[in-house]
Structures are given as structure tokens and as C-alpha cells.
Ligand binder design. Structure first.
Ligand code: ZN
Length: 87
């Protein structure tokens, strides 16, 4: 089975909990997904074709995790959701 995966979404998903903790904000499912949505709307998608949901380059993934603009967008999104939670 081949899957189309947005690597940027995987990276954001791997970083969001830490960012939410640092922002000292609500970490419920709704707020967590809102932070992901807001940040992903401001980040370029990075699509890869993957086997069984795995097998993307670990080096690419780590590069993106350490990308300053990804962290900056996540932090900005956390601030947006923290000041205007949807619940
Ligand atoms: Zn919440």
C-alpha cells in the first residue's frame, strides 16, 4: 500500500505538544488541532509517497524538525489559539 503523506504535517505533529507546553496553554484535542491547522496554513506542504506510512527519509524529517521557520510558525500559532481558544 502506498500512501501520500504531507511530511510537514508529520513534523508539526511531532513538535506541537512541546510548543503547547512551553506556551502554557490549553492542551485539549481541539486546541492542539487548532494550533496544527493554523501553523500548517502558513507552512509549505511537503508531500512524499510512502510505503505503509513509513519510509520517509529520517534525515529530511530531522532537518525539518530543526527548521527555525517551522518552530516560529508553531509558536505563533500557539499564541493565536491561546488568545482565542475555540471553546
Ligand atoms: Zn482547549
Amino acid at each position: 500500500v502506498k500512501l501520500l503523506i504531507n511530511l510537514m504535517e508529520e513534523v508539526v505533529s511531532s513538535l506541537v505538544d512541546e510548543v503547547i507546553q512551553k506556551a502554557d496553554m490549553c492542551g485539549c484535542d481541539r486546541c492542539r488541532l487548532d494550533v496544527m491547522a493554523v501553523s500548517l496554513n502558513h507552512l509549505p506542504p511537503r508531500y512524499v509517497v510512502s510505503d505503509k506510512g513509513k519510509a520517509f527519509s529520517k534525515a529530511d524529517f530531522l532537518d525539518m524538525q530543526n527548521n527555525v521557520s517551522v518552530l516560529r510558525e508553531l509558536t505563533r500559532a500557539a499564541e493565536v489559539v491561546r488568545s482565542h481558544p475555540r471553546h
